[in-house]
Design a protein around this ligand. Structure first.
Ligand code: PRX
Length: 670
């Protein structure tokens, strides 16, 4: 029986008794972070960043300028310096005599394992870089990576970085259509994929989605992709296009293990990562090399208090998301960390799988998402109690607000009541952590991400861009440029300016609501735009609406994120069927069939992660006189609340119609 259901003290008591956890003196004495870092950065912010860049990154040509903000909002950091990100992540550790240190403890879902040292990684990355070059990839060419969590995924990213070919990783859960549009937008030359991967106890296929994404399609431009490099993971049958498709083992295994990394300018693109915005079209977030690597390494060292000689670090994020880029690949490897890389899901073959891995590898730093923590809470604390978790000494949280109850559970049940929790706020766009406590320095507080890191300037402002006083709420903004900031949206500078820089003059608008508490600490309150956050994954309401209306039976659709105890938010769709199909939803069976069809259609258009939890067939949608859908009212319906103020509706009877309609058997839940 999960303890939180029966014996846990009330949340109010918990918060009252334990408003903040000061660092233990033992932790503080050994901590990487020092209180003086805040003072140093405040006194000379650019000098502080220049020091980090020199201390944590190896430059083939040292930089002399720290920041050029003359082209704002496109920043140039360390612009006259040169470096190679893969060299920094791998080779320099081998050169320093650390070749035998384990870089990756890979654990496949079926239980197969592979230990990769830094020397192994250097050989693998060099071979892969040579293989990519022999397939025609040159500095500046884009490579799309569509892989499960494998050693090859890390190797592929670093091989691209070694050549200076920007990678664009597409999460393996995205559909062929989503993959096609990302490949087309990036104009990729090569795609790296696998036959499949293991998920929930069975092989699942990946290559067919690549084949479909590259197949000629009416109205779509001819593909720019010349080769597909395929990792054999599951051994399942795959279709093969001669001349285009190449097995990874054929191209990479025999390639030379010597490769000279290409030293690129600090502002050379390192990667493009697509993320959902408020419009239907995903944005290609562009990150460059020097500033990104500096902040990824800096945050990883200080926020997680990494001691590379003794720690075993594990970030559970997939490389398809930015967390996997900055805190599986670039940050930890730049710092010479030893880490766990796990292919599968937390509950396969049993619900203790994660904790089993923590015990097996003596993981000391764990970085995961609140949804995962809440799911483990639901499974009950007797599951982690069956494993020795005493190696854990720092716990991280990312991707969505963590509720104080989950925070307390994480600390007590997983962290043995001693491990500090770092609740880290950041975004694909920020590239690296921006707001977080520093363990050993900051007293941690359940539910609050707390303070901007040294070198970062964040604020909460009102509608007029005025800083709100302590105790006030508003919008989270970043007031000064930071090294890992996005340098734009791939191919669309205007959209970059409009999206982030037009809401408040001279400030970066993150899209999040936030408040400051009486101590001035920041609490994140979720998105204030049309972006949803489901299990820490960003989804656009507009993108899912577009997917729904592209189905024949749908006339109109509105999507909202409804509060959900486990996943933070859940996708709820309201659809109006086209006249000729309206009859289909009048019987329970008919409605179920339509709903199943639509959910499947969204999975095909975007990916299974975007499937609506519920689809409600309605006769009308609530709109203002100017035709804007009032999502606030739909959210009330989706969350089973009394519908709020509807006086600005063009037709105020609409909500009655919707409520009456929903009493009929036309709503479903998966
Ligand atoms: O709303 C914030 C939420 O996730 C958004 C960024 O999503 P994405 O670009 O996919 O990056 C996720 C991993 C960095 C933010 O705008 N978010 C992220 N971290 C937190 C958070 N919300 C609250 N607390 C956090 N620690």
């Amino acid at each position: 029986m999960p303890e939180n259901e029966t014996t846990a003290p009330s949340l109010e008591n918990l918060l009252h008794e334990t408003r903040a956890f000061p660092p233990s003196s033992a932790f503080a004495a050994q901590a990487n972070a020092q209180p003086s870092m805040y003072e140093d950065a405040a006194a000379d912010r650019l000098g502080f960043w220049a020091t980090q860049a020199r201390d944590l990154v190896t430059w083939s040509t040292p930089f002399t300028q720290t920041l050029d903000w003359s082209g704002a909002p496109v920043a140039r950091w360390f612009a006259d310096g040169k470096l190679n990100a893969a060299y920094n992540a791998v080779d320099r550790h081998v050169e320093a005599g650390l070749g035998d240190r384990v870089a990756l403890h890979f654990e496949g879902e079926p239980g197969d394992t592979r230990t990769v040292t830094y020397a192994d990684l250097q050989r693998e990355v060099s071979r892969a870089a040579n293989a990519l070059e022999s397939l025609g990839v040159r500095t500046g060419d884009r490579v799309v990576i569509y892989l499960p969590m494998l050693v090859e995924s890390v190797v592929a990213m670093l091989a691209c970085a070694r050549i200076g070919a920007p990678h664009s990783v597409v999460f393996g859960g995205f559909s062929a259509d989503a993959l096609r549009s990302r490949i087309a937008d990036a104009e990729a030359k090569v795609v790296i994929t696998a036959d499949g991967g293991y998920r929930r106890g069975a092989p699942s296929a990946l290559k067919p989605a690549v084949d479909e994404a590259l197949a000629p399609k009416e109205g779509a431009p001819a593909t720019t992709v010349e080769h597909v490099l395929v990792v054999r993971r599951t051994g399942q049958d795959v279709d093969w296009t001669e001349g285009r498709d190449v097995w990874w083992h054929d191209a990479v295994d025999g390639a030379s293990e010597v490769h000279e990394p290409v030293q690129v300018e600090a502002e050379h693109p390192l990667f493009i990562l697509y993320t959902s915005g408020t419009t239907g079209k995903p944005k290609g977030i562009l990150h460059t090399t020097g500033g990104y690597l500096t902040q990824a390494a800096y945050t990883h060292k200080y926020v997680f208090d990494l001691k590379p000689e003794s720690d075993v670090y594990w970030c559970t994020a997939d490389i398809g998301w930015v967390t996997g880029h900055s805190y599986v690949v670039y940050g930890p490897l730049a710092n010479g960390a030893t880490q766990v890389l796990y292919e599968g899901t937390p509950d396969t073959p049993h619900r203790g799988r994660w904790w089993e891995l923590v015990e097996k590898y003596k993981v000391s730093i764990l970085y995961t998402a609140p949804t995962a923590i809440r799911t483990c809470m639901k499974w009950g604390e007797d599951v982690p109690a069956g494993f020795d978790l005493s190696s854990l000494r720092v716990l991280g949280s990312v991707g969505e607000p963590i509720n104080p109850e989950a925070w307390m559970w994480y600390r007590r049940v997983i962290g043995g009541d001693t491990a500090p929790i770092v609740d880290t706020w950041w975004q694909t766009e920020t590239g690296a952590i921006m707001i977080s406590p520093l363990p050993g320095v900051t007293a941690t507080k359940p539910g609050s991400a707390q303070v901007a890191l040294p070198g970062i300037v964040a604020d909460v402002v009102d509608d007029e861009a005025h800083s709100v006083p302590d105790g006030g709420g508003g919008y989270l903004v970043l007031s000064e440029p930071w090294p890992a900031m996005l340098r734009g949206i791939w191919g669309d500078l205007q959209r970059f300016k409009d999206t982030y820089w037009s809401r408040f003059e001279g400030l970066y608008f993150a899209g999040d609501g936030a408040k400051k508490d009486e101590d001035g600490d920041i609490w994140l309150l979720g998105r204030v735009d049309d972006v949803m956050n489901v299990s820490g994954h960003r989804l656009s309401t507009t993108e899912i609406e577009s997917a729904l209306v592209s189905h024949d039976v749908v006339a109109e659709a509105a999507v909202v994120g409804a509060a959900d105890d486990t996943t933070g938010q859940a996708v709820v769709a309201f659809v109006i069927l086209r006249g000729e199909h309206a009859d289909r939803a009048t019987t329970p069976e008919g409605a179920e069939e339509v709903q199943a069809e639509l959910r499947n259609h969204v999975a095909v258009q975007i990916g299974p992660i975007a499937k609506p939890r519920r689809i409600l067939v309605v006769p009308e949608l609530p709109k203002t006189r100017s035709g804007k859908i009032m999502r606030r009212l739909l959210r009330d319906v989706a969350e089973n609340r009394t519908v709020g103020d509807a006086t600005t509706l063009a037709d105020s009877s609409v909500m009655d119609l919707i409520s009456a309609g929903l009493k009929k058997p036309s709503s479903n839940e998966d």
